[in-house]
Design a protein. Structure first.
Length: 405
């Protein structure tokens, strides 16, 4: 064999040996963790190769207590009453004494509108009334005179028929009736003048925009000198002056879903919380509800009134309202985590004589934490709370009381 071929063969052998050495190291590395893992499981084979293993579970006896079922719903905070104020007369805004955020009392003059035309008309009507009063005085004097003449003629005719004829008496009587009619007409003209004056004064009073109730100005749209138009349906927004809210008492509206509406009663307790007011809980009773359900949402409107003297609650806030629906006294309860759902049926595992037993139960209230048990358990049953996923019916277990039970 040539020397060149011998050297080539040696080289091949050396390279092959190095590859085998590294391959063996890699295989050893892969095998070593597997062996360690197998050893660390701590599994011990008993006689016959069977594994001896007893599960540990935590149990708790059912508890009898009074439980409350409530519903948590979003609520809208609204003022007790609110109004956008308009003017019933056209004119120029002479003055406005309040602005946004100002508190007013019922009857306070918020704004004054200048209406010179009405003021001139009032003066004219008052002059007409003076004239009518003078006409009444004249008519009363004429009536008095005609009545005196008539009475004298009647008296003279009664004493001496030759002195006064019947025609004279009849004429005097006619003049008296005319005077009576003129007096009545003068008085009616006075009444008309008075009614016109009152009407003009009423319109002038409309020029004074007064607070219909005590509250706070939440919006203002006009400034002095602005032309104020009479509010109409098409120009309502342009004619708005201020918006007033009464929030010393607020009303909260919630929409209760159809399944819970049969439990809504007057006086049921409600608790309100606001995320922006941590730690504060406001309590009141249901004040009113609509009885009928909205067709679109299948919900019923419920209102709760809350006293708001310190004005913590403000219209427009988002509230969470918890309404108590019903309460069960002396109810048997367990923790909700003990329930097992199988094919729309509810079970629990109990430990009896150190063995697991599966029990079908009938439940009532369930708030996700506490579940009311209507049938299937006794108060002395040991219900598996923790570890139920690791056991099956008939299995021997070691049970210990749940901490805190």
């Amino acid at each position: 064999m040539p020397e060149k071929d011998i050297k080539f063969s040696k080289t091949i052998l050396i390279i092959s040996g190095i590859l085998i050495f590294f391959a063996g190291g890699i295989i050893a590395t892969l095998i070593s963790p597997l062996g360690y893992h197998t050893q660390s499981t701590g599994q011990i084979d008993g006689p016959g190769g069977e594994e001896n293993k007893v599960s540990h579970v935590h149990v708790q006896n059912p508890i009898r207590q009074t439980i409350h079922r409530s519903i948590l719903l979003p609520g809208d905070i609204l003022p007790w009453q609110q109004a956008t104020l308009f003017s019933k007369v056209s004119g120029y805004l002479e003055e406005i004494q309040f602005d946004k955020g100002d508190w007013v009392k019922e009857g306070d003059v918020i704004a004054r509108i200048a209406v010179p035309e009405l003021e001139n008309e009032l003066e004219k009507k008052q002059a007409e009334l003076t004239q009518c009063d003078a006409e009444v005085v004249r008519a009363q004097a004429e009536f008095k005179l005609r009545k005196t003449i008539h009475n004298r003629l009647v008296k003279v005719q009664a004493e001496s028929k030759d002195m006064v004829s019947q025609e004279q008496v009849d004429e005097a009587e006619g003049n008296l009736e005319v005077a009576r009619a003129e007096l009545a007409l003068a008085k009616s003209r006075t009444d008309v003048a008075l009614s016109k004056i009152e009407r003009t004064k009423t319109f002038l009073n409309y020029a004074l925009i007064k607070a219909p109730f005590s509250g706070v100005i939440t919006n203002r749209w006009v400034d002095p000198g602005a032309l104020i138009q009479v509010a109409t349906t098409s120009q309502e927004e342009k004619a708005s002056l201020v918006h007033l809210m009464d929030m010393n008492t607020i009303r909260v509206q919630v929409h209760v879903p159809e399944p819970d509406t049969p439990f809504i009663k007057m006086g049921k307790r409600a608790r309100l919380t606001i995320d922006e007011l941590p730690g504060k809980v406001f309590e009141s009773d249901i004040s009113r509800f609509s009885w009928a359900l909205a067709r679109g949402t299948r919900t019923m409107l419920v209102e709760i009134d809350f006293t708001n003297d310190r004005h913590f609650l403000r219209p427009g806030m988002f509230a969470k309202v918890n309404i108590e629906l019903e309460a069960h006294d002396n109810a048997m309860t367990i923790l909700a985590e003990a329930l097992i759902m199988e094919k729309k049926k509810k079970y629990v595992y109990i430990v009896k004589e150190d063995k697991v037993k599966k029990v079908l139960v009938k439940t009532g209230f369930d708030d996700g934490i506490i579940v009311e048990i209507l049938d299937g358990l006794n108060v002395d049953d040991k219900v598996i709370i923790a570890g139920k996923q690791m056991v099956s019916e008939g299995e021997v277990v070691i049970a210990s009381e749940l901490k805190g039970s």
